[in-house]
Unconditional design. Structure first.
Length: 377
């Protein structure tokens, strides 16, 4: 968990955009997605979720509990703003192996406590013969990359559990199984007709399984609940399209911004992506670009929370600082005709950051020393 910079005195009657007595500027707009606290305007007036008609299921980083976020709303979980690409779970009845969708040989299945704590929501598999298998029919379609995973809980026994997503041609032993639910992935494969299966080595063993995943793509995203048919979840996209307060502030051309979040290692991902020059991106090698200001390879660390500060002044000078380190300088074009920008992605989703955004704060400016202090990780 993270905290706001101290001192942080919104609400003390100070002018937003001015510096307070503690040496930190007051943001004009502050979107704290972890505490679900927003200043400068309401979240509904500043931004909106675009294109998510399903809602999401997310795992809390602090407790491992599963939480659901409603459809057609900003995908804000206790972790922060969830930003993930479109993904489809090709497995069916992913929480109910008792269903006739699953063929069981040497295994019996009953309903049991789910990963999210609900009764009769997961599946308890009791192995009745060595090498028992549960499987379902292939998803007959040309797919490409597919990745598998399952939430697994060992009730009793000492044998192994294997997973296959290629019609049992290859099996992967699931490691790290314990007496508590844990999501365990297997490597992605390029497949035409993926088919999920599990194999249990020892008769008498008992395991609980939940949220079976056979997901499109070569990366593992948040869970998707498929029942009778494969379910696609559109990308999470928070945008200020038709939401003018922050967009108009950026259009003015003088601003400073603090970003805090975590993204997976994938090239060409955006911190902010716009239709007119408000673009800050991270490359696959960990270099960061803001206008012509550029941080070198390895500066941005993937799969770990990072802080990035950027600014533009009236003369077009750009500054960039990551995790309180070196300030990189260059030039940034203005954005006089910007209609919108997106947080951590873009409309087509090719810049989707695949991760969690904790906070973005928008300031009039900050001094070099403030830029370093605010972005210190």
């Amino acid at each position: 968990m993270f905290g706001l910079p101290s001192p942080f005195h919104i609400g003390r009657g100070l002018t937003k955009g001015a510096a307070d007595g503690g040496g930190f500027p007051i943001p004009r707009f502050d979107l704290n997605f972890v505490s679900n606290a927003y200043s400068g305007d309401t979240l509904a007036n500043m931004a909106a979720e675009a294109g998510n008609f399903v809602g999401g299921i997310y795992e809390r980083e602090d407790s491992g509990l599963i939480v659901a976020v409603a459809a057609n709303a900003p995908q804000v979980s206790p972790n922060g703003l969830e930003v993930w690409p479109s993904r489809k779970n090709l497995a069916l009845q992913v929480r109910d192996i008792t269903s006739g969708t699953w063929t069981k040989t040497g295994v019996t299945a009953t309903r049991t406590l789910g990963r999210n704590g609900g009764a009769n929501q997961a599946s308890r598999c009791t192995v009745t013969a060595n090498g028992g298998i549960v499987t379902q029919a292939a998803a007959v379609q040309a797919i490409g990359d597919v990745i598998g995973a399952v939430d697994l809980f060992k009730v009793s026994g000492s044998g192994t559990v294997e997973m296959s997503i290629d019609g049992q041609a290859n099996w992967v032993v699931l490691g790290g199984i314990t007496g508590a639910y844990k999501r365990i992935p297997i490597p992605p494969q390029n497949l035409a007709n993926p088919q999920v299966a599990f194999r249990f080595s020892n008769a008498g063993d008992v395991f609980d399984l939940d949220w079976v995943t056979m997901q499109t793509g070569n990366w593992l995203g948040p869970r998707v609940t498929s029942v009778a048919s494969a379910v696609n979840t559109p990308q999470n996209r928070l945008t200020c399209l038709n939401k003018p307060p922050i967009r108009d502030f950026i259009k003015g051309g003088v601003y400073a911004v603090l970003w805090e979040g975590k993204m997976s290692a994938a090239g060409g991902r955006g911190l902010f992506v716009s239709d007119n020059n408000f673009n800050c991106s991270v490359n696959a090698d960990g270099s960061v670009g803001w206008g012509t200001a550029a941080a070198p390879a390895g500066t941005f660390k993937f799969d770990a929370y990072q802080k990035v500060a950027i600014s533009r002044d009236v003369a077009g000078n750009a500054r960039l600082c990551i995790n309180g380190g070196t300030i990189y300088r260059g030039a940034a074009a203005s954005s006089p005709i910007i209609t919108h920008f997106d947080w951590g992605t873009n409309g087509a989703g090719v810049f989707n950051m695949r991760g969690v955004l904790r906070r973005t704060a928008f300031y009039d400016t900050f001094a070099d020393s403030q830029m370093v202090a605010l972005s210190a990780n």
